[in-house]
Ligand binder design. Structure first.
Ligand code: FHN
Length: 434
């Protein structure tokens, strides 16, 4: 009896020490993290059969309908205007450096030719094309990185252990719930994604929160899954949108609809780690295509959001929800083009920068690259600006015209004689420092 208890304790301790094992990122991962941070701007794509209902990607759960009735949309999904070349060109023109696409969202529909389920774009639709393959090939051709969104939560499969969402979705056979089967299914899908689609920049998981209110903690067996990702592609970063501070084994910290340190949407506000940071944000109000949502943010707002993310040392992953016909909405394409025009001029002050020496202020924010400190002034009522700085400022000039900007050294920093700033998207002043 004593022997048995001792063995159980030893077994328990080894489980604890295994799961508590510290993740040591490899040199490949460290390099990939750096490249990721340097990119500063990516485009998120939420696309699936939910676009057919045109009510956003949560339609199945929000309507609380029968999963088999919902699945019939697949048989009519024929996005004949999908053109990977057009998508990638529009995204590149925006100045974005990577694309993150939903390979399988919570509704369970897979957007690639998976062997693990018939409910996928090749087998279940008359379209029959592997859009992920087309996109991956085009990304490789145009030299832009591809990241893959993958949902942990699932609202259609019988074997998925029910979480706190999709309670009202009917048609699922509760007697078939099996974590083992579901976990195996996910890992086989991940293996396909990381084997058949070329180099993948990051796996972007989402849905952990479906079990965040369980009485007994739900074990997603993430350690093993993250190890699988790194084994299949040693440079592939792991991100998980669990709305918590990062877990062991993750390479990116995600914030949703809020910049790091802010929490206006109730999904962020978690402590900020030293990992590369990324904020995902919608261009209108929803992730998946929603016909009534034409409330697109202005180009000025989007540019300032990108700049503000950079000012906090974070990337912006800006979402576009393609239409059911496969096109990106025209307004979204226009916003992308205008952001690209701005970045073509001011990209130097965004890409490859770190958060600047002065933390975000009511007037704007700062970014830094080497000995250049960039002030991004959105609006300033006063004629001059006090900057608390510990470094020495050698010169100051307007970034776009090169005209010198006068400044005066004072206790604890400098006073920059900018004049009032109004009616511009972002007045950038470049300081050379020592
Ligand atoms: O439920 C999803 C939602 O549909 C969307 O994919 C966003 C993107 O960050 N993440 C989840 C909510 O946290």
């Amino acid at each position: 009896m004593i022997k048995k208890t001792l063995l159980a304790v030893v077994a328990m301790l080894s489980v604890v020490s295994l799961s508590a094992q510290k993740y040591e990122p490899t040199p490949e991962i460290l390099k990939a993290r750096e490249e990721f941070s340097d990119a500063r701007f990516g485009i998120f794509i939420h696309w699936g059969i939910y676009s057919m209902f045109a009510q956003g990607e949560w339609y199945l759960q929000n309507a609380g309908i029968n999963r088999d009735e919902y699945a019939k949309a697949a048989d009519a999904f024929y996005p004949h205007r999908f053109n990977a070349e057009e998508w990638v060109s529009a995204i590149k023109a925006a100045g974005a450096k990577y694309i993150c696409i939903t390979t399988r969202h919570h509704d369970s529909f897979s957007m690639w030719d998976t062997e693990q389920s018939e409910f996928n774009i090749v087998d279940a639709t008359p379209f029959g094309r592997d859009i992920l393959k087309e996109l991956a090939d085009e990304c490789a051709k145009q030299g832009i990185k591809l990241h893959l969104y993958y949902s942990h939560a699932d609202w259609s499969r019988d074997d998925y252990p029910r979480g706190r969402t999709a309670y009202w979705v009917t048609g699922r056979d509760e007697s078939k719930i099996s974590w083992e089967s579901y976990y195996n299914f996910m890992n086989k899908q991940i293996e396909e994604l990381l084997t058949n689609y070329g180099p993948i920049g990051a796996m972007w998981f989402d849905g952990w929160w479906d079990h965040d209110e369980d009485k007994t903690p739900f074990d997603w067996q993430l350690d093993e899954q993250y190890a699988l990702v790194h084994k299949l592609q040693p440079s592939c970063l792991v991100a998980n949108n669990h709305h918590q501070a990062p877990f062991e084994g993750e390479d990116i910290q995600i914030f949703e609809r809020d910049l790091p340190g802010e929490n206006t949407h109730g999904l962020s506000g978690q402590s900020i780690s030293r990992l590369p940071l990324e904020t995902c944000q919608t261009m209108n109000g929803m992730w998946g295509y929603k016909v009534v949502d034409q409330n697109y943010k202005s180009t000025e707002t989007l540019i300032r959001y990108l700049v503000s993310a950079a000012g906090k040392g974070a990337n912006l992953l800006l979402n576009v929800g393609p239409q059911p016909n496969g096109e990106l909405p025209a307004v979204a394409v226009e916003r992308l083009r205008e952001m690209g025009e701005w970045l073509a001029k001011y990209g130097e002050t965004i890409y490859g920068t770190d958060a600047g020496d002065v933390k975000p202020q009511h007037w704007g924010c700062t970014t830094r690259k080497g000995n250049k400190l960039y002030l991004h002034i959105f609006e300033l009522e006063d004629e001059a600006l006090f900057l608390p700085l510990s470094c020495k400022v050698v010169s100051a000039k307007a970034f776009d015209t090169g005209a010198a900007v006068k400044f005066q050294k004072v206790d604890g920093g400098i006073v920059l004689k900018t004049g009032k700033v109004e009616g511009v998207v972002d007045y950038v002043v470049e300081l050379t420092t020592k």
